[in-house]
Design a protein around this ligand. Structure first.
Ligand code: DP6
Length: 331
C-alpha cells in the first residue's frame, strides 16, 4: 500500500495568521492564495506491517520531531478513515523538495499537501478535494490551499470539528497571466516558525484583533479583484493586508521582526516602479523575502529592477501552478 504525490507551494495574497484551534489548525479568518508552478514537493507514503513506527524522511534525512508530529496527524486521520487492517499499520514517508536552494518559500504547504494526497492514495481512500484539503490542513494550515491549483480561498469554516474549513477554487491557473517574482533577500530557515509566531502574536500583540478584523473585507475585495483580473485592485489589498500582518507581528512581545533591510529596499523599489508606471505589488510572509505580483507582459522589466536592488541575492520567477495529485512513480 503505497503512493507517490506531488504538490506546489502557494503564496497568500490575503494572509492566514492566527488560529482558533491549534490542534486542528483552524484559522480565525479565511485567506486567499496563488499556487505556484515550477517548484514542487514529491512525497512517497507506504503503509506496511513491517514498520515498527511512523517514520518521516525529509530530503534524505530523518525529520525533526515537530514535523513528524504534524505528519502523524495526517497519517492518524487516514488510518481512522480507512479502518480495517490499515488502521494498525505504521507508515514510512519520504519527501523531498526540488525548490531552488534557499528560495525562502515555505515547503510545509507543498510538503503536507503532497503527504495528504499520497497517504490517502496509499490507503485507497477516494477523497473529494475538500476532504483532501481538510487532511492537508492537519499538517500545516497553509497546506490546505496547495491541494488546489490557481487562485484558492481557504474558507474559515464554522464547525468545531473543522470539516468545513478547507480550500475552494476561486479561479483556475489559466484564468490570469500573472507572474510571482520572489526577491530573495536572505537564504536559510527563519528564526521563529509560523506556528510559534502566530501564537505569540495572539497572546501579546495589541494589533492582533484589529488585524483580524480587517480580513473579511480584504477577502471580499481580493476575491472580486481576482475574478475581474484587476491587478491594481488586488495589489492594494494584498499590500495593506501584508503590512497589517507585519504590524501585528512587530507589536508582539518579544517582537517578531521578519523584515530585513533588503526587504524594505525591495518595498521601496516596488513603489518607485509603480510611480514610473509599472504595475507590480508586493507581499511578504514570515520571513525576509519579498514576493512581487505582476502581469506577464511587464514582468521582465520588474524582474531586472528587483535583481538590481542592493541586498537582493537573486530573483525567482514563478507562474500559477496546479493542485496536488497522485503520480505514477514510473512516469
Ligand atoms: C505567513 O501554514 O506555516 O505564510 O498552520 O502553524 O503550520 P501552521 O502555519 P503555516 O502559516 C503560514 C503563514 C503565512 C501566511 C499564509 O501562508 O497565509
Amino acid at each position: 500500500m503505497e503512493a507517490l504525490a506531488v504538490a506546489h507551494p502557494n503564496i497568500a495574497l490575503v494572509k492566514y495568521w492566527g488560529k482558533r484551534d491549534s490542534a486542528l489548525n483552524l484559522p480565525r479568518e479565511g485567506s486567499l492564495s496563488l499556487t505556484l508552478a515550477g517548484m514542487e514537493s514529491v512525497t512517497h507514503v507506504a503503509f506496511d506491517g513491517a514498520f515498527a513506527a511512523d517514520e518521516l524522511v525529509l530530503g534524505g534525512n530523518p525529520a525533526p520531531e515537530a514535523s513528524l508530529r504534524k505528519a502523524r496527524r495526517i497519517l492518524d486521520e487516514v488510518r481512522r478513515r480507512a479502518g480495517g487492517r490499515l488502521a494498525a499499520l505504521h507508515a514510512r514517508v519520504e519527501s523531498r523538495n526540488d525548490f531552488p536552494t534557499g528560495a525562502g518559500l515555505a515547503s510545509s504547504a507543498s510538503g503536507f499537501a503532497a503527504l495528504a494526497c499520497a497517504a490517502a492514495g496509499a490507503a485507497g481512500l477516494d477523497l473529494s478535494p475538500a476532504e483532501l484539503s481538510v487532511l492537508a490542513r492537519l499538517g500545516s494550515g497553509s497546506a490546505c490551499r496547495s491541494v488546489l491549483g490557481g487562485f484558492v480561498e481557504w474558507k474559515r469554516g464554522e464547525r468545531a470539528d473543522g470539516t468545513d474549513s478547507h480550500a475552494i477554487a476561486v479561479a483556475p491557473r489559466d484564468h490570469w497571466d500573472v507572474v510571482m517574482l520572489v526577491a530573495v533577500v536572505a537564504e536559510g530557515p527563519k528564526g521563529v516558525s509560523s506556528t510559534e509566531g502566530m501564537e505569540r502574536t495572539r497572546r501579546t500583540s495589541p494589533y492582533y484583533e484589529p488585524f483580524l478584523g480587517s480580513i473579511p473585507a480584504d477577502l471580499d475585495a481580493a476575491r472580486a479583484a481576482v475574478v475581474a483580473r484587476d491587478l491594481d485592485a488586488l495589489g492594494v489589498v494584498m499590500e495593506r493586508n501584508c503590512l497589517r500582518m507585519h504590524a501585528a507581528m512587530l507589536a508582539a512581545e518579544p517582537a517578531l521582526i521578519y523584515l530585513r533591510g533588503g526587504s524594505l529596499a525591495v518595498i521601496e523599489r516596488v513603489g518607485q516602479l509603480r510611480s514610473a508606471g509599472a504595475r507590480a505589488y508586493f507581499t511578504i510572509d514570515a520571513g525576509p523575502n519579498v514576493k512581487v505580483l505582476c502581469e506577464r507582459a511587464g514582468a521582465d522589466a520588474v524582474e531586472s529592477a528587483l535583481a538590481a536592488v542592493p541586498g537582493v541575492a537573486r530573483v525567482i520567477r514563478a507562474l500559477p501552478g496546479g493542485g496536488a495529485r497522485v503520480v505514477d512513480p514510473l512516469a
